[in-house]
Write a protein that binds this ligand. Sequence first.
Ligand SMILES: [Zn+2]
Length: 242
Amino acid sequence: MTEFELQILGTGAGASQVYDGLPSSSFMLLQNETPVCLIDLGLGVGHEVIKSFGGFPKDIIVTHNHSDHAGDLPVVLRVEQAKGRKCRVICQQQIAERLQQHRLAEHLERIAAKDLAEWLTPPQQVRTALNEYFSIEFFQGRHSELSFAFILYYQERALLAYTGDSTLESELYRTLSQADTFIIDARPDSNTWHASFSEVGPWLKPGCYIIGHGLNNEQIEHYPHLPLLKQGQKLSLSLGQL
Ligand SMILES: [Zn+2]
């Protein structure tokens, strides 16, 4: 019996950690209650991981190089590497180049990016094995910074899809919505680089959730009709027996 859960570490947007103390959008995949993969490591997320789990899993998927998706990465990679355990950053090829050149620039005079972490950097739309059981495929979103959605597979099952940051793109959404659990980036109002709540409405079905909204738990109560994720929430991916 294999059980999967997602623990939501934050639901914030760009400024929410710095100005309001809401951690950036991120979630942890748990397999039989053990953290196996962190999805995005933006500002404020590192501390939430330590509070909830006491340490980082080896695998960290990064969708793009915005601060609210990768802001804590330089500190975490450096501290873990100094402790003798390299994390493995999993991201699309061009995202890896951006992270290595720009996000990790503060370390590069002393330590090369390949020495700070292991890197698994598939090209887009090439399903690539993470290990014996998991594989991942990246799909480009449309956003102010190059950003990639993904589907994470467990064996042949599309376990989890996440848009990363993207406007609503019908073809992308159609591809991602085949997963058992589909996490959508959306904001309360229309925005040039993100989908809005009203736009994503027709795509919502059981197993779909919204993140990146930047609302605190009190503000979320104003949208009882929408599946808005909350910080600290745990979702069962309810696969039953595999
Ligand atoms: Zn972004």
